[in-house]
Every structure is written in C-alpha cells, then in structure tokens.
Design a binder for this molecule. Structure first.
Ligand code: SF4
Length: 389
C-alpha cells in the first residue's frame, strides 16, 4: 500500500437515501473512507448492503428519488457540488467505472468497437480512425483474440470472458486515476474469475491507478486489496489493512464472512441482512451475531479505532478476540472474568499457544494440589502415630 499525505478520494459522513413512496431507504449511512494513490481498497459485504450505491454516489449516477449528504472530495474537488461540465470530465477520464454484470452492461444493439470508441472520443479530441486504432490497441493489450475483427462483433457474439474484457477496456480506456470496479467476478466460473482478477491487477499496475473494488467475495479482495472495508446494512463495520483483517478479524460479521469461505470452514451466516428501510434498533448485526448481549439490541455502536488504522464498529472489538474459542474457554470453566482474560490472551498469542499455556497451568495446579494433599496426609498419619505411642 502506498499512502501519501493526502488521499486521492476522501469520503466523509456520506449518506445516500432513496424516497420510495412513504418510505425512506437508507442505502449508505454515515460512511467515511479514503483511497490513496495507487491503492486498492476493497469494499466487501453481502448483496444489498449498499456497496454499489456508494460507488454510484461517487459518480453521482443516481436516480432522481435519491438524496446524497456529506462530502466526496476527489483531488480537492467537492463532487457533490460539481457542475455538469465538471462531472462530465470526471466520469471516464479521471474516474472510470467497470459495472457489474457483463451480460447486461453492454448495449446489445451496438458493435463493441463502437461502444469503446465512443468512450475515448467523448474525452479525447481525436478523429474516428485514431480512436479506432486505440480500441484495437486496448483489445490487443487485454488479449482479446483477433482484435481488429472483434471490433465489429455484437455483445451476444462474445463469450462471458470476452464481454468482461470489453467492459474492462471501457473502464480503463482513458487511463483514469481511480477505477470503480463493481462485482467483477460475479457469476463467473473459477477459471474466468482468476483471469479477471489478473486482468484487473495488470491494468491497475500499468496505468498506476487506484481502485475501489466492490465485491461480496473475500477471496477476490484477499488477492487484490491493500485495505479492506467491510460493509453491513449501509454502514462500514470494519476497516483496516487486508493482511490484518484476514489474519485477525475483529468484527463478528467479518469473521463470519471469512469463515464462510470454502477454504476457511464454509460455515453459513445464519439469517439475512435487514431491510434498509426497516433497520433494527441497536447494532444492525445483532439479530445474526453469535456473541450479542442485551446492550447490543438497545445501543448502536460507533466505529472506533482499535489498532493502527484498524477501525471496528462493535462494543467488544479490541477487548475480546471474537472467536468461538472464547466461548470454549468459558465452557471449560473460565467463567465471565475468565472469558475476558482468556479473550485478551488469545488475542495476543493465538488460540493454540494460549491453550497450551492453559493446560500447562492446569497441570501445575493439579500437581501442587496433589503434593499438598500428600503432605497433609503424611502429617496426620504422623500425628496419629504420636498419639498411639
Ligand atoms: S455490537 Fe454486539 S451485536 Fe453488534 S457485532 Fe458487536 S457483539 Fe455483535
């Protein structure tokens, strides 16, 4: 991760609401985050948690019934106050977007060469022939087979992987400094997923771009991201370095997402995310949280820093290592105080080391008790012997 003093994009207390008849849908609620130069920030969460709305808010590509509050600054420009002309320059040229669903994001009635050429000609003052050459160049770089011929193909004549490449070429055509990539691997098979991930990594490196990667797939974030922000029901619940979050998640939701990965236990998260128009009081994850307590249903936790650049929205983050092991310790006879002490120890040394120390301590205690009992027995038999004499 390359962080310089000022971020490329800075979002502060951003809220995006939709008015649907009498109901207000809070799709994004009080979100603050920064994206630095040449950094990839992955926004991870289940479908419907507000990730895509956050990306569309950055480009102000939302329907009329929406309302955005807060601040989105890109290179000092306040996007929420930008004029139509400033926004036109920003979209595509400074901030590129690779939308989700390669099946529906291309116009089925237009040839793919025309669709990519239009993006280039919209931002660069160049003629048709020169723009066409650039498209062939892009297709060649993205390894689209027979690029000059493919220019005249319609989307339905391409495979899923090829359509994804066309979408990527539209997103990076003007070499934007920031690319918003929405669910790039959704609905793709394992081989294609790997191909797309490699493609994105190459493009970001080649153009020295930063990336906001929106995904529900932690394994994609693990490969591409420098930092990870986990979103739940419109809020950021955990944010920190990718390595830190993957190694030691501090929010129960993040931990459940990681535990649901095929290589990490494949455990399903019980229940469903709440409706964004009917949010529960207190912590929004409380109905699905396995360590929730009475406070969680009544009070709404604020996001707070629990480590260097590691932010978590949970009453117990940083106090306990949020892991079933704490409960196991409690079950083993640790009790309430024991759980807290055990949690702290597990957090600092890891469960296996902690368990070894726990067993060793237990062994020492039992041995000491056995020796003491032996001594006491010996003393009482000596006493009995003296009395008999
Ligand atoms: S605040 Fe409570 S319910 Fe929410 S994630 Fe933390 S422990 Fe679970």
């Amino acid at each position: 991760m390359r962080q310089v003093s000022s971020p490329l994009l800075s979002i502060r207390v951003l809220s995006t609401y939709f008015q649907v008849k009498e109901t207000v849908v809070k799709a994004v609620d009080d979100v603050s985050l920064d994206i630095y130069h040449q950094e990839t920030l992955a926004l991870v969460g289940e479908t419907g948690c507000g990730k895509s709305v956050l990306a569309l808010s950055i480009l102000r590509l939302l329907p009329k019934n929406s309302q955005i509050e807060g601040s989105i600054r890109y290179k000092g420009l306040e996007i929420l106050e930008a004029s139509t002309e400033e926004l036109r320059k920003l979209r595509g040229q400074e901030i590129g977007m690779i939308p989700q669903s390669q099946a529906s994001s291309l116009n089925p009635l237009l040839k793919i060469g025309w669709q990519v050429r239009e993006v280039i000609q919209l931002h660069k003052k160049i003629g048709k022939l020169e723009a066409q050459k650039k498209v062939v160049n892009l297709f060649t770089r993205l390894q689209l087979p027979d690029p000059a011929k493919r220019m005249n193909f319609y989307p339905h004549q391409l495979s899923g992987g090829m359509r994804q490449r066309v979408l990527v070429s539209m997103g990076v055509a003007c070499k934007p400094q920031l690319i918003l990539v929405d669910e790039p691997t959704k609905g793709l098979d394992a081989v294609l997923r790997k191909e797309v991930v490699n493609l994105l990594r190459e493009q970001a490196a080649e153009n020295s771009s930063s990336m906001l990667l929106i995904t529900h797939d932690f394994s994609v974030a693990a490969v591409l991201a420098d930092r990870i922000a986990v979103m739940y029901a419109g809020e950021i619940v955990e944010m920190g370095s990718a390595a830190g979050i993957l190694a030691k998640p501090k929010h129960p939701y993040t931990q459940s997402l990681i535990d649901s990965l095929p290589g990490r236990g494949f455990k399903l998260i019980p229940g469903f995310g709440p409706s964004l128009s009917l949010l529960p009081p207190g912590c929004r994850f409380q109905p699905r949280c396995r360590i929730a307590c009475s406070d969680c249903a009544a009070l709404h936790p604020e996001i707070s820093e629990v480590g260097a650049n590691h932010f978590v929205r949970c009453f117990y983050a940083g106090t306990l290592y949020l892991n079933d092991h704490c409960h196991q310790f409690c079950f083993m006879g640790g009790g309430g105080i024991g759980t807290a002490i055990g949690g702290l120890c597990i957090q600092s040394v890891g469960f296996s080391q902690f368990f070894a120390i726990y067993c060793l301590g237990l062994l020492v205690l039992l041995t000491a008790a056995y020796i003491l009992m032996g001594q006491e027995k010996e003393t009482s038999s000596n006493q009995q012997l003296t009395n008999t004499k």
